[in-house]
Ligand binder design. Structure first.
Ligand code: AHG
Ligand code: MN
Ligand code: MN
Ligand code: MN
Length: 336
């Protein structure tokens, strides 16, 4: 390809997914239509986030969600946008959102074969100070064509067909996997298109960064305490790891994917299951990390093997570079 040809040969996310789809001759374009509606939601939230400060879209909405968190205006707005976009796609039957206590069962005339679990706005605590935030989503196939039930979404993460996130930061970046590796797309606002900028992302086998909220150290268990100690005071004469913690899972995971290292949200004495929610935070990010050659571990098992019993269930999560996660798995094995 000459540079010119490359410049005019725009690989948009729509074209990329259609290429992927051509590998499944039987598919009738439903997934592409679903994805185009998710992309629409991301573009809308990206635009709302970028002018939040100006459009008085920051601050509290005056309500709390099932998590007991005070909802921010952008939490509620993003949730409304994604629910409406997903229902109007006509390709979904059941939706699970962090912001809604109950699952949304789509009205029969608009049902499709997919179930979508999503965190419409991740990192809400960072909205008002302008630090990167994001949207996280995972896609399951309905178990059977009949009446959708919670069993269609209480599936292990390994059953997901696709997962991804959109990060609203210095640029708007959408990272997605449909099970054949991980690809990143950056929104070109002048075109309103997501262009392929990070083809076939692979996480480094080992990293030099650890990412955890050290403010919880008092309550950590022995294995996590030992692991973080090793990061700071390595016994093998290697240099200590750097600590990077943004507090938005999307931003911390995006950096981990690109630079390598490990992201930890452990359980502790106060909250044995940690803080991150299985369906729409732990599973999608674990799916992506495995697809990029990394690992995701709960302290007890491979994260994607977990079978959730409740929509908003939480789990400890250790994810990132393959070798770094191996180290913490060894410490938990020794502790069990
Ligand atoms: P959300 O804003 O969707 O509720 O998620 C916030 C999560 C996640 O983004 C981040 O990794 C974690 O909360 C940070 O928690 P701490 O502030 O306890 O470290
Ligand atoms: Mn929240
Ligand atoms: Mn979140
Ligand atoms: Mn959220």
């Amino acid at each position: 390809h000459s540079a010119d040809a490359q410049r005019t040969d725009l690989m948009t996310i729509t074209r990329f997914v259609l290429n992927e789809q051509s590998k499944h001759p039987d598919s009738r374009g439903d997934f592409s239509i679903l994805l185009s509606h998710i992309v629409l939601g991301c573009k809308f939230v990206c635009s709302a986030v970028s002018k939040a400060g100006l459009a008085k879209l920051i601050g509290l909405a005056g309500d709390t969600n099932v998590q007991g968190e005070e909802q921010k205006k952008l939490d509620v707005l993003s949730n409304d946008v994604f629910v409406k976009a997903l229902v109007s796609s006509g390709r979904t039957s059941i939706l699970v959102s962090e912001e809604d206590e109950q699952a949304t069962i789509v009205e029969p005339s608009k049902r499709g074969k997919y179930c979508v679990v999503f965190d419409p706005l991740d990192g809400s605590s960072n909205i008002d100070c302008g630090v990167s935030i994001g949207t996280i989503f995972g896609i399951y196939m309905l178990k059977d064509e009949h009446e959708p039930t919670l069993q269609d979404v209480l599936q292990p993460g390994k059953n997901m067909l696709a997962a991804g996130y959109c990060m609203y930061g210095s640029s708007c970046t959408l990272v997605i996997s449909t099970g054949n590796g991980v690809n990143g797309f950056t929104l070109d606002p002048s075109l309103g298109e997501f262009i392929l900028t990070h083809p076939d992302i692979k996480i480094p086998k080992k990293g030099k960064i650890y990412s955890v909220n050290e403010g919880n150290a008092k309550n950590w268990d022995a294995a996590t305490t030992k692991y973080v100690e090793k990061c700071k005071f390595p016994k093998d004469g290697s240099s200590p790891k750097s600590l990077r913690y943004i507090g938005s899972m999307v931003a911390d995971v995006h950096r981990t994917l690109l630079y390598g290292g490990i992201f930890l949200y452990p359980g502790d004495k106060k909250s044995p299951n940690g803080k991150l929610r299985v369906l729409y935070e732990v599973f999608p990010m674990s799916f992506l990390l495995e697809q990029a050659g990394g690992q995701a571990f709960t302290g007890k098992q491979r994260a994607l093997d977990l079978v959730p019993n409740k929509l908003h269930e939480r789990s400890p999560i250790f994810l990132g570079s393959f070798d770094d996660v191996e180290d913490i798995k060894a410490l938990y094995a020794a502790q069990s």
